[in-house]
Design a protein around this ligand. Sequence first.
Ligand code: PLP
Length: 218
Amino acid sequence: MIDEKLRKVQDTIGEAARRAGRSPQDVRLIAVTKEANSVDILACIHSGVKELGENRVKDADLKYRAIGDQAVWHLIGHLQTNKAADAVRMFSLIHSLDSLRLAKAIDGQAKKIHKIQDVLIEVNVSGEAAKFGIRPEDLVRLLDEIKQYANLRVLGLMTVTPLSGDPEASRPYFAALRTLAYGNGLKELSMGMTQDYMVAVEEGATMVRVGRAIFAQE
Ligand SMILES: *Cc1c(COP(=O)(O)O)cnc(C)c1O
């Protein structure tokens, strides 16, 4: 049952937060619905978890039409500039800003609908070649260049850690993202998924993106 699984995830978040001397309320659970059906998504919303993560604009569009404002929508996957208009229309927070070109596109679309678009910058802290995200050493310059875009608001950083069977393997990457964010005056940290969200919370995550632990069929 979805609500049971949600409660388990929320308990795990709460325990991890307390271990780290943090308040569980400071961690937002984003339910990643990319592989969930509409019945399960509605069950999730009715259980009180209303922040949903989708990794593709196109997939989110259908769900957005059905569910709309009953949920708060997060774009967690890579965004192409030609999809910026749709992204700005649907998503409260775009987690995957990773270039100046994309910043310009999002800003332009946000301006058209008089929206200040909240974004996170995706950073590839692990250095894996296959990952999206900017290099840590390019953050200061990107932040500086983005200042010219009045319809963008950068709230923090996001990262995707390498696949691993061991949650502890992610800890150094989470710590690195936290150091980078705090060093640049940024507060929000989107990090941690099913494989490692408990460790992410210990390391300061303010948003965890959890899919399989909530929606996977046994
Ligand atoms: C799918 C996805 C998640 C959730 O992963 P799970 O293993 O299902 O918890 C988190 N972040 C991103 C960017 C994703 O694409």
